[in-house]
Design a protein around this ligand. Structure first.
Ligand SMILES: *Cc1c(COP(=O)(O)O)cnc(C)c1O
Length: 377
């Protein structure tokens, strides 16, 4: 039976998996200790749970547990990576390369750094949402300290050529940071094989709780150094002070474990439904897909509809289907998506686009209903 409204916005956030909630619950009440308390069992139990979660998180991305810095989410991890690297490597240079389609947490951190004399290059996108790696390589200069390119885009699902970018960074002795919030848990992400030096991700985009995330910081080949952005008790090996969110971290760990086991099956199921949705909507002759369809997450579709205003469309549908036209952070405004615009779409077409974010709990019936509703428009 269909239950309304249908949730089709899993890129904004995902519902928590009940198995994650179950893992977290004891850490609110019975095991409430401060993970930094060294003198009694309350602290030791909390600390053991955090360290177990650190292993679960690290294992999913093929990192070492000591390379995981827990944060409040990907926004904080993005800020920490960009500002922490800029501060630490200033003597080497002040140039950072990023892309116009990055998440606001990256772009706004870059704007902040520009006020502190950072020189930022914003790469364009090709029409399919991929960056031009030649343009990237040409942008590198003697003062370049960091390349920041997201793994997969939150509006289109387009996956950037991460290995190629990493190789360019390595060849030029530049660090490579990737916001992988939409990719981790959806597709295999391996910081060693991918050649990533720093990487941000977040629990609530992968069926974990809100308020927990991580920054991966490479410890060897090369050893990345980073200036803390939060002063205090020196938690997380000095890189992120603040009492650890033990229940959140436990849930994050469980979510990573589930993703590792179920990613393949989930991905295939969502991909099939996503492809069906697209095939049916394309049949109307009024819809087209935005972004490269080969290098794309299995659960995302971004489509434009000719002669339809996306905002009207969403308000028409939103009693029954929860959708957005772009990222949650900007969908409150009437502004067309800057990601789609960077791909060369006009304001008008960008305004008439919808982002479908399928998830672990999306059903065939929900897809059928969505197709029905959009086909009669
Ligand atoms: C959601 C998202 C973020 C922000 O993550 P929070 O954990 O909500 O702060 C950053 N980057 C991308 C690509 C995202 O999708």
């Amino acid at each position: 039976m269909l239950e309304f409204p249908i949730y089709m916005d899993n890129n904004a956030t995902t519902p928590m998996d009940p198995r994650v909630l179950e893992a977290m619950l004891p850490f609110f009440t019975k095991y409430f200790g401060n993970a930094s308390s060294r003198t009694h069992s309350f602290g030791w139990e909390a600390d053991a749970a955090v360290e177990y979660a650190r292993e679960q998180v690290a294992y999913l991305i093929n990192a070492e547990p000591q390379e995981i810095v827990f944060t409040s989410g990907a926004t904080e991890a993005d800020n920490l990576a960009l500002k922490g690297i800029f501060e630490m490597y200033q003597s080497k240079g002040n140039h950072i390369i990023t892309v116009k389609s990055e998440h606001k947490a990256v772009l706004d951190s870059c704007i902040h750094l520009e006020k502190m004399d950072a020189d930022i290059t914003y790469l364009d996108l090709k029409n399919d949402g991929l960056i031009d790696t030649e343009e990237l390589e040409n942008a590198i200069n003697a003062g370049t300290i960091l390349i920041s390119v997201m793994y997969a885009n939150n509006e289109t699902g387009v996956i950037q050529p991460i290995k190629e970018i990493a190789a360019i960074a390595k060849k030029n002795g530049v660090l490579f940071f990737s916001d992988a919030t939409q990719a981790v848990g959806k597709i295999p992400v391996d910081v060693i094989k991918d050649g990533i030096d720093l990487m941000s991700f977040s629990a609530h985009k992968m069926y974990g709780p809100k308020g927990a995330g991580a920054l991966y910081v490479r410890r060897k080949n090369p050893r990345v150094r980073m200036a803390a952005q939060m002063d205090g008790g020196g938690h997380e090996r000095g890189m992120r002070s603040g009492t650890l969110n033990v229940p959140g971290i436990v849930g994050f760990g469980k979510a990573c474990e589930l993703a590792r086991i179920e990613m393949k099956k989930d991905g295939e199921r969502m991909c099939k439904m996503r492809n069906k949705l697209e095939a049916e909507l394309l049949k109307t002759g009024r819809a087209f897909i935005n972004g490269n369809t080969e290098h794309r997450l299995p659960n995302v579709s971004n489509m434009s509809f000719k002669n339809v205003n996306g905002v009207d469309l969403i308000s028409l549908l939103n009693k029954n289907i929860a959708l957005s036209s772009g990222s949650a952070c900007t969908s409150g405004t009437n502004e067309p998506s800057y990601v789609l615009k960077a791909m060369g779409l006009t304001d008008e077409i960008a305004r008439s686009s919808l982002r479908f974010g399928l998830g672990r709990f999306t059903t065939e019936e929900e897809i059928e209903y969505t197709i029905e509703q959009l086909s009669i428009l």
